[in-house]
Unconditional design. Structure first.
Length: 133
């Protein structure tokens, strides 16, 4: 990307409206809300099944939510590939360990960024699981 070139993203109102439609169609066709946290837990169970299937089968959570590849799992995979396609077609893709905004405020420390990202992920995942999401 050239210096001084503006990164143009989607109109946030259009993106919000399309996300709302996706949610409506998800509930209409599947009876379930769009979500990702259950997929991450199922993925962990799916991976652990390869090492100790009996242990996973004995867990209370997995008696209710089987580790499987379903539409939500494919939705999460689609988020990754959709973001990759969107960033490459807008020419905004770049691999960056410490975002510019973070570096401007907290410095270039990769360790501090990693700890903050990990803790933020823990809080977000805990909240999502607490809400049964």
């Amino acid at each position: 990307m050239e210096e001084g070139q503006e990164i143009r993203g989607w109109n946030p109102y259009l993106a919000g409206a399309l996300t709302g439609l996706l949610l409506v169609f998800s509930v209409w066709f599947t009876g379930k809300y769009v979500g990702a946290s259950t997929t991450f837990v199922r993925s962990a169970g799916f991976i652990e099944t390869a090492f100790n299937a009996e242990r996973v089968a004995a867990m209370e959570y997995f008696k209710k939510e089987l580790p499987k590849i379903d539409w939500q799992f494919l939705f999460v995979i689609g988020i990754f590939f959709g973001a990759l396609i969107a960033s490459t077609t807008s020419k905004s893709f770049r691999i960056q360990a410490v975002p510019s905004m973070w570096e401007g405020r907290f410095g270039p420390g990769l360790g501090k960024r990693g700890i903050a990202a990990f803790c933020g992920g823990l809080v977000a995942m805990y909240g999502a699981r607490l809400a049964d999401g």
